[in-house]
Design a protein around this ligand. Structure first.
Ligand SMILES: C[S@@+](CC[C@H](N)C(=O)[O-])C[C@H]1O[C@@H](n2cnc3c(N)ncnc32)[C@H](O)[C@@H]1O
Length: 572
């Protein structure tokens, strides 16, 4: 193992045969260079150092290259690379921290590297820049000894890029190592005269526009003082959350109990969820069969809340559909809320199928069925795979644009619709380390337009009395509360329900207590009726959940429409 730095080579002399001091900094490096001897550099000349990259760093570098060259997703590429290189548990953990940490803080590292290189970073070869970022992360954010961080990164560069840039990398990393991370961010903030959100952006490695968006959203929800806590939470690895798909294991709760025997802890917030700290999830019984799945508790929660929400009966009063995940009475499936007919549910944006799987499992217990729609063919396949553990009578997958669902549908409307819309994903920054640097404010206009169209389509296929859940994995106001306000303006017939009620119905006591707080602090009426989860408060992704209902027609209107529309279909 080389990453602790314990076994790095320590040749005796720091001077070459001509008596010149080695490693004083290569061409291309600039900035501070003091204090290097004290920080424990290797005394070996670059040419004498090892030429092989250690497997964990090589894995991280390979993923960084895929992310910057091919726009790959680290959360998909890294596990594949770890298994391809057959890393042991310790190296896999080290590679994960290297990859995720480097990607998360790329913007801050680039600011620091810019101060250490005598040319714009855009003029460096992309692989060299990735190697420098990797080195910077080890030096500034990990407990890797300085000489190991520098020597191992230089070895990686020699092995993977060539000897040419190794001098530059060696020299630049030495400059980086002259200050701690907080010394660097303070200095850069001073040099650039940064303050407020711009200074926070540098310290917490978020783009400034994201910091501003978080600040606005926190304020809207009465959490204006919590910005730094949120930014800090975004930079921490998320816990692994588990869900047992109800009705799929050998007995109710069986898979979760086995997981608990293997170290998982039952969630105090949400029924049917557990938290798994450490260990190989894939080894837990039921994961291979898809009965036990990894799913953020926020995602589970909004899904169960949609299933738990009450539909009105024909008289216009509400009728409980039973607690999500639990059969109505004495193990019997719940019946549909309206007129005894089986409920039809729609998951309009289903890929890759996490919520669809839980929704379908809950639907199967009620004798309801789910249509799971996804336009991307490869993601639609993932939806089908996710649903395999669930009774096949309870679900169908459609591959198509959600905006065309009404054209293909011969149904008379859906009773429960989930629009888990494509969004900026700013609520899941913990699990997609590169996302914050990839997204731009420009993405918002096309995403919010698509969200609007998907919502309008969903309203068009919502049965009278039906429930529409609008969910985003983003707390950005434009994608959440503003989107809901606009929807209500376009469709004044819709009623915005208090989303806390079904969320509470699905929650354990501790979860219900947390929800009381979210309702109390919101600063607008719409925000107060919606639920915004936060990583620093709820330990979940920053999931947004709004619940709307198309009211049942008044008896007079129903009579009139029955005359015009005898088969009871709703307008597309
Ligand atoms: C936030 S993800 C949904 C996550 C999913 N509900 C889950 O829990 O696994 C949004 C999905 O919407 C899909 N999407 C994009 N454009 C769409 C459209 N026009 N109609 C329907 N879905 C769309 C994306 O491909 C993506 O799979």
């Amino acid at each position: 193992m080389s990453h602790s730095g314990r076994d790095a080579a320590q040749p005796p002399s720091r001077r070459n045969e001509k008596g010149r001091e080695r490693n004083r900094g290569g061409k291309g490096a600039t900035g501070p260079g003091k204090g290097q001897a004290a920080r424990g550099f290797s005394a070996a000349a670059p040419a004498q150092r090892k030429r092989r990259a250690d497997p964990a760093r090589l894995t991280a570098f390979t993923v960084l290259r895929a992310v910057s060259r091919d726009d790959a997703y680290a959360n998909l590429t890294l596990p594949a690379e770890i298994s391809r290189k057959r890393l042991d548990k310790r190296d896999a953990g080290f590679a994960t921290e290297l990859t995720y940490g480097t990607l998360r803080s790329t913007g801050t590292y680039d600011a620091i590297l810019s101060a250490c290189v005598d040319r714009p970073l855009s003029e460096l070869d992309a692989p060299v820049l990735d190697a420098l970022r990797l080195g910077a992360h080890q030096l500034l954010n990990m407990r890797v000894e300085t000489h190991a961080a520098v020597d191992e990164t230089v070895a990686l560069v020699r092995a993977e890029i060539g000897a040419g840039p190794s001098g530059l990398v060696n020299a630049v990393l030495r400059k980086v190592s002259a200050r701690t991370l907080s010394e660097w961010t303070e200095k850069l903030a001073d040099d650039r005269q940064l303050s407020g959100d711009d200074a926070l952006a540098l310290s917490y490695a978020h783009p400034a526009w994201v910091v501003r968006a978080m600040r606005q959203s926190l304020r809207l929800h009465g959490r204006g003082t919590e910005l730094e806590a949120l930014l800090r939470a975004d930079n921490a690895a998320p816990e692994v959350h588990l869900v047992e798909l109800p009705g799929t294991g050998p007995a109710p709760g069986h898979r979760l109990r086995s997981a608990q025997e293997a170290g998982a802890v039952a969630s105090t917030a949400l029924t049917g969820a557990a938290i798994f700290r450490g260990g190989d999830v894939a080894r837990l019984p039921g994961t291979r069969e898809g009965q036990l799945r990894v799913q953020d508790i926020g995602s589970q929660w909004v899904t169960r809340a949609l299933a738990a929400a009450e539909l009105p009966d024909q008289s216009g009063t509400t009728e409980a559909s039973g607690t999500a995940g639990q059969p109505g009475t004495a193990g019997q499936p719940d019946t549909a809320g309206q007129s005894g007919a089986a409920e039809r549910w729609l998951d309009l944006c289903a890929g890759p199928g996490g919520k669809a799987a839980l929704l379908a499992a809950l639907a199967a217990q009620r004798g309801a069925s789910v249509l799971a729609n996804e336009p991307a063919a490869h993601r639609a396949k993932l939806v089908t795979k996710a649903l395999e553990a669930v009774d096949p009578n309870a679900w169908t997958v459609r591959t198509g644009d959600g905006r065309t669902i009404a054209e293909d549908s011969t149904e008379s409307g859906f009773h429960r619709i989930l629009v888990d819309a494509p969004c900026t994903g700013l609520g899941a920054l913990r699990r997609r380390p590169e996302a914050r640097w990839r997204r731009t404010p420009g993405d918002l206009s096309s995403l919010t337009a698509l969200q609007q169209e998907l919502l309008d389509t969903a309203v068009g296929v919502l049965a009278p009395g039906g429930l529409l859940a609008y969910v985003t994995c983003s707390p950005h106001m434009a994608e959440t509360v503003i989107q809901v306000d606009d929807l209500l303006r376009r469709h004044p017939e819709l009623v915005l329900l208090d989303a806390h009620e079904p969320m509470r119905a699905a929650a354990e006591d501790a979860g219900a207590a947390l929800l009381r707080e979210t309702a109390a602090t919101a600063t607008t009426e719409t925000a107060a009726r919606c639920v915004q989860l936060w990583p620093h408060v709820h330990g979940t992704d920053a999931m947004f959940f709004a619940l709307l209902q198309r009211p049942l027609p008044t008896p007079a209107a129903a009579e009139e429409s029955a005359g015009e529309n005898p088969d009871g279909r709703i307008a597309g």
